[in-house]
Design a protein around this ligand. Structure first.
Ligand SMILES: Cc1cc2nc3c(=O)[nH]c(=O)nc-3n(C[C@H](O)[C@H](O)[C@H](O)COP(=O)(O)OP(=O)(O)OC[C@H]3O[C@@H](n4cnc5c(N)ncnc54)[C@H](O)[C@@H]3O)c2cc1C
Length: 385
């Protein structure tokens, strides 16, 4: 089947699935800060979360273009893919850099939905965006590594079986470049929790199942290291383009939801005896948000095409995330303003999605760091950080 046809089918499936999970479902989960388990199960059963896993490992072997449409459609339907999107790109680290044994053991289990690989452990409290300054260590002792340290903002760890973890295996002052000496591990979360790992949830302004994780002499078998020791930073970087493109697609989905919601309300709501959408003060911000979103979508599509064709897409993936997160935030603000007081009422879902879409200018990478990347790598300006 052609990819266009697959995309049409997949979008229909998502619309159907999302109709079983209306605003009320998301509002309840949001209020209780509860994981949308039933929604994730429905996506898993439909095979949607395994779309990027090659067919030989039980997935559908589809290009990023299809994954991008999947998460976009989820957000356009008022739902949220954050509960499960990590599985799509995190498994890429194993796929590209894992051993044959690791791939054969793990990928089919992820594809079938038996195992969840939703957690990605990079960020630390003291290092922040400066990833090469992380201080969580993995010290080799015979047939295993011993992990000590702390991670923060590790999402979905309580709802995942496995976590891809970045830790320092050679101290920073003993490596030639600061990007060297970092290694990536597959951590079995249940086993680790019985051997010194502690997960503590962080309550946030959105329902994101995010946590902090403490490692106290946690053993991880050597066979769980992905690729070569010391080269983990490059393995993590190689997965970041897919992550940024998928997050950008979620932002476009959010922006489309805000625009559609605002458009419908502006046509229906009558004040001073006419639809509010007849006023240019209401109509033009909706039109502007639409134009901004369409422009951002072009960059998301360009980055996706480059990625699927195997070309370098670092700058485009970053620009897609930057532009799409700004477009979704502008659309959120416009939608809230269009609704007047009702924008703040929970039952309209605008305030919830408004909070949710704000995250994307901060995570997985903040706007300033994208601008710094473009300044240095595309424009040849001096490195600013
Ligand atoms: C809800 C949520 C979920 C997350 N999930 C995960 C996850 O699953 N796994 C994971 O590993 N991480 C996760 N993160 C972490 C996320 O990637 C980081 O929060 C993000 O990269 C920013 O890092 P920081 O919060 O440490 O900010 P900091 O690095 O402390 O930066 C603070 C501010 O200063 C700015 N800044 C810093 N340095 C510079 C500079 N040189 N020039 C200009 N501006 C600068 C930044 O842009 C930012 O605005 C999550 C975060 C959140 C909030």
């Amino acid at each position: 089947m052609e990819h266009d046809e697959i995309i049409t089918q997949v979008r229909d499936t998502i619309t159907k699935i999302c109709s079983d999970f209306p605003g009320q479902y998301w509002r309840e989960k949001d209020r209780e800060q509860a994981y949308p388990e039933e929604f994730v199960q429905a996506l898993t059963q439909a095979g949607l979360l395994a779309c990027l896993i090659p067919e030989e490992y039980g997935g559908s072997g589809l290009p990023l273009r299809v994954a991008m449409e999947i998460v976009m459609a989820i957000h356009e339907n008022g739902a949220n893919a954050a509960a499960c999107h990590a599985q799509m790109y995190t498994m890429g680290t194993i796929l590209r850099h894992g051993s044959v044994e690791q791939k054969q053991k793990i990928l089919p289990e992820i594809a079938s939905g038996k195992l969840r690989l939703q957690a990605f452990g990079v960020t630390e409290p003291t290092a922040g965006t400066d990833t090469t300054s992380i201080s969580t260590t993995a010290v080799r002792e015979g047939d295993h590594y011993v992990i000590n340290g702390q991670k923060v903002w590790i999402s979905r760890a309580e709802h995942s079986d496995l976590m891809v973890l970045l830790a320092r295996t050679t101290p920073r002052d003993q490596v030639e470049k600061r990007t060297h000496g970092l290694s990536v591990f597959i951590v079995d979360i249940n086993e680790a929790c019985q051997a010194g790992m502690e997960i503590r949830p962080i309550r946030t302004m959105i329902n994101h199942a995010t946590t902090e994780i403490f490692f106290d002499n946690v053993p991880v078998p050597v066979e769980n290291r992905i690729g070569e020791e010391g080269k983990g930073f490059s393995y993590i970087l190689s997965g970041m383009n897919a992550e940024r493109i998928l997050i950008a697609a979620e932002c476009i989905g959010d922006a489309n939801w805000f625009i559609e919601t605002a458009k419908n309300y502006a046509n229906e709501r009558k004040v001073f005896g006419r639809p509010i959408g007849q006023n240019q003060g209401i109509q033009f911000p909706i039109a502007r948000a639409y134009a901004q979103t369409q422009a951002a979508l072009l960059m998301v599509q360009k980055a996706t095409q480059l990625f699927d064709d195997g070309h370098d897409c670092g700058a485009e993936a970053n620009m897609a995330k930057l532009l799409a997160s700004e477009a979704s935030w502008a659309a959120a603000d416009m939608c809230m303003q269009t609704h007047g007081g009702y924008g703040l009422a929970e039952e309209y879902d605008i305030e919830r999605k408004f909070r949710e879409t704000r995250l994307y200018q901060i995570a997985p990478i903040s706007t300033n760091l994208i601008l710094a990347y473009l300044g240095e790598h595309r424009l040849g300006l001096p490195r600013s950080y």
